[in-house]
Design a protein around this ligand. Structure first.
Ligand code: AMP
Length: 294
């Protein structure tokens, strides 16, 4: 078992390149987990999975300013490196890459990556520059960490699709050759998806937030019983969410899972993504579930 003292904290891209090159020279493969820190068991599950497959596991911790909108929570986003190092050590990681903003954006973020269509709907409609920031930083993190495989959570389903598109469209070998692996959402005992932003929630908010998981499971049960109409599935989710007065729905949709495109009726065997975004006070929460139509 590693301790905090065994973890190497790397601040520069040059040092990161050196560590990865040395590891590769000794025959190691490299797994990476890009995060914004304030790590919880969702992140730990990704680190554990990576450490089962790769000798070198690098966790990046970078609160990326370019994926926050001007009125969003960049400044107050929670940060706690000591706690994070403990989580990384316990989950089997070896290296934490925690660069400064200047190190990641020496050009002042003048060049950005835009992945059309998938970046513009749902989260992208509510947060217009968000996915450009995500695609750009993940490409730069992959260049720095040069992983064989990168691990992401299904919690951010639309983000995983943006990243898969970014990787396959990349002209940079170290980015295009990365295998993207998506693993299941980790939840609290009451179904609430683990999120660094849950720290913003009051006890009452937390109770209200359980409606998200109830809406997802309720809709998925209806689908298991044969409901295949988008309108009916979405109305069922809305009813559950609207019954909680402290919660404002941004969207609650049923869409085709691999494209997030809307359609009126789902067919047998189709993978359907149920996606929810809500606001609780100043906190925005997202969650999703992928259901196969019976
Ligand atoms: P974040 O630090 O929120 O940017 O998340 C970093 C990575 O951890 C992303 O791939 C997320 O999808 C993933 N992640 C966040 N929350 C969870 C969760 N509850 N279960 C599994 N993965 C998660």
């Amino acid at each position: 078992m590693r301790t905090i003292r065994d973890i190497i904290v790397v601040r520069t891209v040059a040092e990161m390149h050196q560590i990865v090159a040395d590891a590769r020279a000794s025959g190691a493969t490299v797994g990476c987990i890009p995060t914004m820190g304030y790590l919880h068991d969702g992140h730990a599950s990704l680190i554990r999975a990576a450490s089962k497959k790769h000798r070198l596991v690098v966790v990046s911790i970078f609160v990326n300013p370019t994926q926050f909108g001007p009125s969003e929570d960049f400044e107050r986003y929670p940060r706690n490196l000591d706690h994070d190092l403990k989580v990384v050590a316990e989950a089997g990681g070896a290296v934490v890459f925690a660069p400064t903003v200047e190190e990641m954006y020496p050009d002042g973020a003048r060049s950005t990556i835009h992945i059309p269509q998938i970046s513009e709907i749902l989260e992208g409609a509510s947060r217009p520059t968000h996915f450009d920031g995500v695609a750009t930083v993940v490409s730069r993190l992959f260049e720095a960490m040069h992983p064989d495989e990168a691990f992401f959570g299904q919690k951010d389903l639309q983000q995983t699709l943006v990243i898969e598109h970014m990787v396959s469209a990349s002209e940079i070998d170290d980015v295009r050759n990365v295998t993207v692996t998506v693993l299941p959402t980790q939840r609290e005992h009451n179904g609430l998806a683990r999120s660094s932003r849950n720290v913003y929630l009051t006890a009452e908010d937390r109770e209200d937030a359980t409606a998200i998981y109830r809406a997802l499971t309720g809709a998925s049960e209806k689908m298991a019983d044969g409901e295949n109409s988008r309108a009916n599935i979405e109305a069922a989710m809305r009813r559950t969410l609207d019954s909680v007065s402290g919660l404002t729905v941004d969207y609650a949709v049923a869409v085709e899972a691999s494209t997030l495109q809307t359609k009126d009726l789902f067919i047998s065997g189709e993978q359907v993504a149920l996606l929810i975004a809500v606001r609780l006070g100043r906190t925005r929460l997202i969650d999703n579930m992928v259901v196969k139509m019976p």
